[in-house]
Ligand binder design. Structure first.
Ligand code: N01
Length: 541
């Protein structure tokens, strides 16, 4: 049967992933259309406009590296760029590469169904129009499905309320207001110190205290910028040769082989150095409970040193393994709790019972609030994919195949059996613990190389083998089980979303970017081992 398709590839999302995917495939001569729910490019950085939003990977790494021209033409102002600057950068890239002409904004993809009779993907948009493509590629990110907890009474609340991940474009005023922030993850830790000086009264509703180390953010001096541009090639190499896709390797020594004095000196050094240096002080911090305890105790002592009220310091002190949630970097987070206008509510002890017309009712007290900010995170990793009705062979949905998230199985996090010609950028079980943009660049290049290879070999159907993905998922879990990540609840394990099933596996490949790149490149070099490749010249669109 001869078929016609609208596009060679349809990509969802115009963030870092979708934009680069569009550029790569288009350069290779494929017809591509990107659909984006927002009104402009940016993805995460389009939606997350909350006060204090900035990257936690150094700006010189948190950007594309594929174009010398873009690298040379763009100058970051600070070590960790703020959201408006990152969004300007993404806009600059979109203009520079003339990407907008192939992006349809304001369009949400509702469903993507694979038609196995004629081997194409049929994509339905929110205006019920249908487009078809040979390849279906998701660039929806891991953290784009906002988690607004089901709290009784929210619909009756008369004040303003916002989720950080869908922050409005208009200016939000805090002056003279009593504001409640629910959630103290990376987002809450950025919002709280930023708005504390602006609000009349701030109430932080904390369920789990956080370990956080100082980002040590600062403006970038011109000579440093010149130096990084001169060694752009070297920095690019580091993205693929290090575990986190940045210029850091885990320490060479064990926490347990040094004296107490050395340990304190080393921890103090990495604490002052900032970025993700602290978690990398010694190689065993996220593997060995005893090593971890030393790092945890150091941070706990810092919390007690910084926070003047000993009771408050105690409430802010975590009691689980440090680093086993994505490590948080802050600017003046713990210091903010010394302000007169900042109050801490431990909602594990004093539970939120309901939202009232005027604020929040806990078991012990009513808090009158003009504004509530939900910094409650995301239905992570699987959430953005499950928001779309994706169906593969036999009409089976991704949700069904992955048992609602309890049994996720992928091959390299990039593909999954039963869903031919579908690729996921930063999908579940890919290596993303670190520099997301470096991960995205590698995934996009790997996918576009594969698609290019398929075209040259006249391969029409690409599908991961079930047996290989079962083995890959097993490996992912085995790697994670050697770390402390599987011993702590977090958005990686879905524990932050009420009713979300705990995955049997672990949804991030934790052996590091460098290992992931090696494994995925070897698979490619071996003729895409682990994939079924079918030639069917008649079906070529
Ligand atoms: O989300 P989180 P996030 N009642 O899930 C609490 C990236 N990121 O948006 O810990 C009360 O970590 C929840 O409590 P608990 C980064 O990868 C990057 O902060 O589940 N509280 C927790 O305190 C990060 O890891 C940057 O007990 C409730 C908080 O809300 C990821 O995004 C900046 C609750 C959610 O924390 C997620 O971070 C920001 C409830 N019903 C984010 N439900 C950069 O710097 C949830 N919570 C690049």
């Amino acid at each position: 049967m001869k078929k016609t398709v609208d596009f060679d590839a349809i990509v969802i999302g115009a963030g870092f992933s979708g934009l680069y995917m569009l550029h790569k495939l288009r350069n290779d001569g494929f017809s591509v259309r990107v659909f984006e729910a927002g009104t402009d490019v940016g993805g995460t950085w389009y939606w997350n406009r909350y006060p204090g939003a900035r990257c936690d990977i150094e700006s010189i790494f948190y950007c594309y590296s594929f174009s010398e021209k873009i690298t040379n033409n763009w100058t970051w102002s600070s070590r960790f760029a703020e959201q408006p600057e990152i969004l300007s950068y993404i806009n600059y890239v979109a203009d520079e590469l003339d990407l907008r002409k192939d992006i349809v904004f304001n369009k949400r993809v509702q469903s993507a169904h694979y038609d196995e009779q004629i081997n194409l993907w049929r994509i339905t948009l929110d205006d019920q129009s249908v487009v078809t493509a040979h390849y279906f590629i998701t660039g929806v990110g891991q953290l784009s499905s906002a988690n607004v907890p089901k709290m009784k009474g929210l619909e009756n609340y008369k004040g303003e309320w916002y989720h950080t991940g869908t922050w409005p474009k208009h200016e939000v005023s805090f002056e003279g207001k009593k504001v409640g922030v629910i959630g103290t993850g990376s987002t809450g830790v950025q919002v709280i110190p930023t708005i504390a000086p602006k609000v009349k009264e701030l109430y932080v509703f904390q369920r789990t205290p956080q370990y956080s180390t100082p980002a040590q953010n600062r403006p970038l001096p011109p000579e440093y910028v010149a130096e990084t541009k001169a060694k752009a090639h070297e920095l690019k190499m580091l993205r693929t040769q290090t575990p986190m896709g940045i210029d850091l390797m885990p320490g060479e020594r064990s926490t347990l082989e040094v004296t107490k004095e050395e340990r304190l000196r080393d921890f103090e050094y990495t604490w002052q150095k900032g970025a993700h240096s602290f978690v990398n002080t010694y190689y065993d911090i996220i593997f060995d409970p005893e090593a971890n305890q030393h790092a945890s105790e150091f941070i706990k002592s810092k919390i007690h040193e910084i926070v003047k009220d000993p009771e408050m310091a105690k409430e802010l002190t975590p009691d689980y393994y440090y680093g086993a949630r994505r490590p948080i970097l802050d600017t003046n987070y713990f210091e903010t709790f010394n302000r007169e206008n900042v109050n801490l509510v431990n909602v594990k002890k004093d539970q939120i019972q309901q939202i009232t017309e005027k604020g929040i009712q806990t078991s012990n007290q009513h808090y009158d609030l003009d504004m509530i900010i939900f910094a409650t995170g995301y239905d992570g990793i699987t959430g953005p994919l499950f928001k779309i009705d994706i169906r593969g062979k036999g009409g089976v949905s991704l949700k069904e195949k992955w048992e609602n998230g309890a049994n996720v199985r992928t091959y390299l996090g990039l593909a999954t059996a039963g869903f031919p010609n579908m690729f996921m950028i930063v999908g579940p079980e890919s290596a993303t613990l670190g520099n997301f943009v470096a991960a995205i660049e590698q995934h996009v290049e790997w996918i576009s190389d594969f698609v290019h290879y398929a075209r040259t070999q006249v391969i029409d159907i690409i599908e991961a083998n079930e047996k290989d993905e079962i083995q890959y998922s097993k490996t992912c879990k085995e790697i994670a089980d050697q770390t402390l990540f599987t011993k702590v609840d977090s958005w990686f394990t879905g524990s932050n979303v009420e009713g979300k099933p705990k995955p049997k596996g672990f949804l991030i490949y934790l052996a590091g970017f460098h290992e992931f790149f090696k494994v995925s490149n070897e698979i490619a070099a071996n003729g895409y081992q682990g994939f079924k490749l079918e030639k069917s010249a008649d079906l070529v669109g």
